[in-house]
Each structure stands twice: as structure tokens, then as C-alpha cells.
Ligand binder design. Structure first.
Ligand SMILES: CC(C)(COP(=O)(O)OP(=O)(O)OC[C@H]1O[C@@H](n2cnc3c(N)ncnc32)[C@H](O)[C@@H]1OP(=O)(O)O)[C@@H](O)C(=O)NCCC(=O)NCCS
Length: 156
């Protein structure tokens, strides 16, 4: 489990690449709950978070979960998928990022995203609701919106 401490503050990062890597202070069910509860109202169901973690941590892919923590206190987490694509569609998809509500606005989210982008060898794609204030943070970090996302749903 590679771990590095940030000398600027008591914030450390832990990169998880397998389901067996979760530390005792942030077990897999804790992470599922964390993403489901702290991302509200932009959250996914626990079932969808669980399958996203399965995809990210599939041994055949290079996706990961990055934890931001102070000692054994979880402050934030990010899930990055390895889509297996490349060229016309970015390989990397930043799927979930969240910081504990009482720790927001202090730069943890930015540092967690920067630390995770450093692990990616090419373009990273994400989607964010137009009204989510996180959109401003992404824009300040250099993310640009080049295309409108459109979806077609099969009728029942
Ligand atoms: C988005 C998020 C991870 C940023 O983490 P953070 O530690 O607060 O971020 P930073 O301190 O580095 O940067 C603050 C920026 O985050 C954004 N932000 C979003 N929600 C925020 C909140 N509740 N409090 C403070 N900043 C928030 C703002 O853009 C803010 O910048 P601003 O000065 O332009 O308003 C965090 O706010 C969060 O967990 N939000 C809920 C989950 C979510 O919506 N995730 C993104 C899904 S696409």
C-alpha cells in the first residue's frame, strides 16, 4: 500500500488498488456509506457505489480509490476508473470525489484531486451537474467542458 505524507499539513494520502487494501479506519463498507451519504444530493445508491468500486478495483484494470486522511481519520475520498479506452475517449474517469462536510472549503478536495491526477497517464473525464458548486473547483483546476453529455434511455 503506497502511502505518502504531505509536509504542508497533517494531510496524508493512501492509494487503494485492491479490495484487500482498505485500512481498518476506512473499510470498504465505510467507503460505500461515505460516498453515498456525503455526496448528497449528487449521490449514487450504495449498490451503484459498490459496483463502481468493483470496477475501479478490478485486478485487470488500473483504477483506484484515493483516501485523504489525518492519522486514522478519513477526510476525503476519490474513485478513479480505468475505462480501458484511449484516444477518442479518455482512459481515466473521475467518478466520485467527496470531502467530509465539516472539512470542506479548506483545500482538501483540491489536493485530493491533484494527487489523484498525478497517478493518471493521460486525459481524465468527469461529469458534474451544472448546479454543483464543485464545477467551479474543477474549472479552476483546468477541466473544460468541450461537449454536452446526452443520453438515450430505452423505453420500458
Ligand atoms: C467538491 C468537494 C469534493 C470539494 O472539496 P473541498 O475540500 O471543499 O474543496 P476545496 O476546499 O479544495 O475547494 C473549495 C471549492 O469546492 C467547491 N465546493 C463545493 N461544495 C462545497 C462546500 N460545501 N463547501 C466549500 N466548497 C465547496 C467550491 O467550488 C469551492 O470553491 P469556491 O471558492 O469557488 O466556492 C466537496 O465540496 C464535496 O465533497 N462536495 C460534495 C460531493 C460532491 O458534490 N462531489 C463532486 C461530485 S461531481
Amino acid at each position: 500500500m503506497p502511502e505518502d505524507a504531505n509536509p504542508e499539513a497533517d494531510l496524508s494520502f493512501l492509494k487503494i488498488t485492491a479490495n484487500t487494501d482498505f485500512p481498518r479506519w476506512a473499510k470498504r463498507p465505510d467507503l460505500i456509506r461515505f460516498f453515498n451519504e456525503t455526496m448528497k444530493p449528487y449521490h449514487d445508491t450504495p449498490e451503484d457505489v459498490a459496483s463502481a468500486l468493483d470496477y475501479a478495483l478490478d485486478p485487470g484494470r488500473a483504477g483506484f480509490v484515493m483516501l485523504a486522511h489525518e492519522d486514522e481519520k478519513l477526510l476525503g475520498a476519490l474513485t478513479m476508473l480505468d475505462s480501458g479506452m484511449g484516444g477518442y475517449i479518455p482512459r481515466w474517469i473521475l467518478l466520485f470525489v467527496s470531502v467530509q462536510p465539516d472539512a470542506r472549503g479548506g483545500g482538501i478536495g483540491r489536493r485530493l484531486i491533484e494527487r489523484s491526477l498525478a497517478e493518471c497517464d493521460g486525459p481524465v473525464k468527469l461529469h458534474v451537474e451544472y448546479d454543483n458548486p464543485a464545477k467551479r473547483l474543477y474549472e479552476r483546476m483546468g477541466f473544460v467542458s468541450k461537449y454536452a453529455e446526452m443520453r438515450w434511455e430505452p423505453s420500458a
